[in-house]
Write a protein that binds this ligand. Structure first.
Ligand SMILES: [Zn+2]
Length: 417
């Protein structure tokens, strides 16, 4: 019956309603939230449908400027790094050093300088730079083959915060970064100015009460916001279509355990929707048994991975279910990088279904690459898992999360300010 219910065409139709950019805190995201809400209400079920609002801070960049002042003079395109300190209006001028991968030997030269490094700029990396005495940093984006508007640096942010970090930072393009190393830049000047603005986002939720084990709660989740670069069909409206399809299925086939279907806002800003959710539902989290999340789905060519942040025995159980329905996939027991992490951090074991695909976080991530065939397969696989977890007499999964995962999660979530 699941086989005849789950429809790839219906999911494709759902994704096609959202072929626009939905950056968190903008009217695009708001419009998508309203459409999801309407779609949930169409079903006329007795599910408890609600909007859960939350606020966050976003950088508004006022000025970005970067130049080399010695031994030659040249101004480069720059993009002030979000959540970093402001310089004064004349800017910060200092000696420059390229630290490559910020290894310990290179880091010894950071003191009193503006440093450039290859590394992903996290709050942990920033703290390391401050400790080493760096006055500011330069990050770079892009590739050596970029042309046209791709030849510009992209805006980047540190993780969510209410305040600006200790030192300023800016981003330049890869080709320019290579040039300043090659030409032996010794002194640089940067001007950075930004303010933080409070914005609103929302999670859209629909809860189907379990028939006889309603105190046990499961979640089926996906984020509906996108990055500003493109309309995020693969990342992650396709995931939302799967959540919607499972919602429709369980409206018709009442589960024994309670299932909360959640469409998260602001994932791309640092898992903000799921963080708001675990905060708002803190008092019931001990009843949450498992989170099933989808992030990246729906393209025809690719393979499917289920990343389990929980005991490795869960992987074996999911593989057995997949084998039964004849849908190929692999599993991995690890810390993932999507909203499922937030549940695991709160000691609720979790998984993310993830399919390979092309064009994540670019303008190429559109409905053109989405396939009804692929959506149907992933929805069938996830529905098989959800059906099993929702209806077994005794909850079948280990609820202990390996200690090493918890340590990793605690460390990464603790850098939030
Ligand atoms: Zn995503």
């Amino acid at each position: 019956m699941m086989n005849t219910f789950i429809s790839g065409e219906r999911q494709y139709g759902f994704v096609s309603k959202f072929n626009y950019v939905r950056e968190a805190g903008t009217s695009g995201e708001q419009r998508a939230a309203e459409t999801i809400l309407q779609e949930l209400k169409k079903e006329n079920s007795d599910a408890q449908i609600r909007t859960e609002e939350f606020s966050f801070f976003a950088p508004q960049i006022k000025r970005s400027f970067f130049e080399v002042t010695a031994p030659y003079h040249k101004v480069y395109e720059a993009c002030t790094f979000g959540f970093c300190a402001n310089t004064d209006e004349n800017g910060l001028e200092a000696d420059f050093v390229y630290l490559e991968n910020a290894d310990d030997i290179n880091m010894k030269q950071a003191n009193g300088k503006i440093v450039m490094l290859n590394n992903y700029m996290s709050r942990t990396m920033l703290e390391k730079l401050v400790k080493a005495g760096a006055l500011g940093f330069v990050s770079f984006s892009g590739t050596p083959i970029d042309t046209g508007k791709k030849r510009l640096p992209t805006s980047k942010n540190l993780g969510q915060s209410k305040t600006l970090a200790e030192i300023p930072g800016t981003c330049i393009h890869f080709v320019d970064a290579a040039e300043i190393v090659e030409k032996g830049a010794l002194r640089v000047r940067m001007i950075c100015e930004q303010t933080l603005v409070e914005k609103t986002s929302q999670n859209i939720c629909a809860r189907i009460e379990g028939s006889d084990k309603s105190d046990d709660i499961l979640t089926v989740t996906a984020h509906y916001d996108s990055v500003p670069q493109g309309p995020g069909a693969y990342d992650n409206m396709a995931g939302c279509a799967i959540v919607m399809e499972l919602f429709l299925y369980f409206c018709e086939h009442k589960p024994r355990r309670t299932i909360d279907f959640v469409f998260f806002g602001a994932e791309e800003k640092g898992l903000l929707g799921s963080r708001a959710y675990v905060k708002a539902h803190d008092s019931e989290l001990s009843h949450h048994l498992f989170n099933m999340n989808i992030d990246l789905a729906g393209q025809s060519l690719g393979g499917t991975v289920i990343g389990v942040t929980g005991d490795s025995s869960i992987c074996r159980q999911f593989e057995a279910l997949a084998e039964k329905c004849g849908i190929g996939m692999t599993t991995r027991s690890s810390v993932w990088s999507s909203d499922s992490n937030t549940f695991a951090w709160k000691r609720v074991p979790s998984m993310t279904l993830n399919r390979d695909g092309y064009g994540m976080h670019t303008e190429y991530d559109t409905i053109d690459l989405i396939s009804a065939w692929s959506l149907r397969r992933s929805a069938l696989l996830l529905c098989t898992i959800a059906n099993y977890l929702a209806n077994e007499e005794v909850f079948p999964l280990c609820r202990q999360i390996p200690q090493e995962f918890l340590a990793q999660l605690d460390a990464s979530f603790s850098t939030e300010k």
